[in-house]
Design a protein around this ligand. Structure first.
Ligand SMILES: C[S@@+](CC[C@H](N)C(=O)[O-])C[C@H]1O[C@@H](n2cnc3c(N)ncnc32)[C@H](O)[C@@H]1O
Length: 231
């Protein structure tokens, strides 16, 4: 049996997905209801990117009460990746309220233990994630570093798996920060890696940089890139 489907982990996830659906309802509806042409969509994404790049802290502070979480299907995929990799050390950029974190930490626990280093800009979100991990019985496996990933992830060392789910304009600098500790075969999962003037995608899709990478269709329209380190 896996702990995703039973006990405290399953109960906590069920509660969090319900809370997330409520908290993010208006936000999600905004995106769902927009029927934009390709050109308008490209413009909207570019605007989003520019705003985030201009003021990362301010941009995400605007979402302080939003979960912005992975889907349940993507969470299961994270769990599967960690299990298939037999991961012992996982790094997560962008913890929010801890939904993805719980999936990853559950995989670590189901394999006998390990360490997850997460990072979150917003102190109140980090505190809520901590409480959620405690509710799921997984807190001892996770360290949530409060602050900007570019400062909090400078010393993580060897990593078996990475989830990039923070500010998407920072995926490339954060990957480069982690690169010295990546091993051959390390999977890097990137959420919201939208294929539009994206320097991160340009980098990981160029085999000369030591990766093989392609989008995977788990959560439609969410830009799920699956990257594997090849050297
Ligand atoms: C998409 S949400 C993460 C969702 C989470 N992985 C989940 O599935 O529940 C992105 C989070 O990254 C945080 N974030 C954005 N930029 C960051 C940075 N530079 N360093 C650390 N956290 C950051 C935001 O505050 C936000 O809570």
């Amino acid at each position: 049996m896996d702990s995703l489907s039973t006990g405290r982990v399953a109960q906590t996830l069920q509660r969090l997905f319900a809370q997330a659906a409520q908290a993010d309802h208006a936000l999600m509806a905004e995106f769902r209801d927009i029927d934009l042409s390709d050109a308008q969509q490209a413009e909207a994404v570019a605007h989003h990117f520019a705003e985030e790049r201009r003021d990362v802290r301010g941009f995400y502070h605007g979402y302080v009460d939003n979960y912005l979480n992975v889907t349940a299907a993507y969470g299961r995929f994270l769990y599967q990746c960690a299990r298939s990799r037999n991961a012992k050390c996982i790094v997560e950029f962008g913890t929010s309220m801890g939904i993805s974190t719980i999936h990853l930490a559950a995989a670590l626990r189901d394999m006998g233990g390990g360490r997850l280093i997460g990072t979150e800009l917003e102190p109140s979100k980090a505190a809520r994630a901590q409480a959620n991990l405690e509710a799921a019985g997984l807190a001892e496996l996770v360290e949530i570093r409060v602050g900007d990933a570019r400062e909090t992830l400078t010393d993580v060392g060897e990593v078996d798996m990475v989830l990039l789910d923070g500010a998407f304009s920072l995926y490339l600098p954060v990957l480069k920060l982690l690169e010295p500790g990546l091993k051959v075969g390390t999977p890097i999962l990137a959420e919201n890696a939208i294929d539009q003037e994206n320097e991160f995608l340009d980098y990981v899709r160029n085999p000369q940089n030591g990766y093989v990478s392609q989008p995977i269709p788990i959560s439609d329209g969410r830009g799920n890139e699956f990257v594997v380190r090849t050297r």
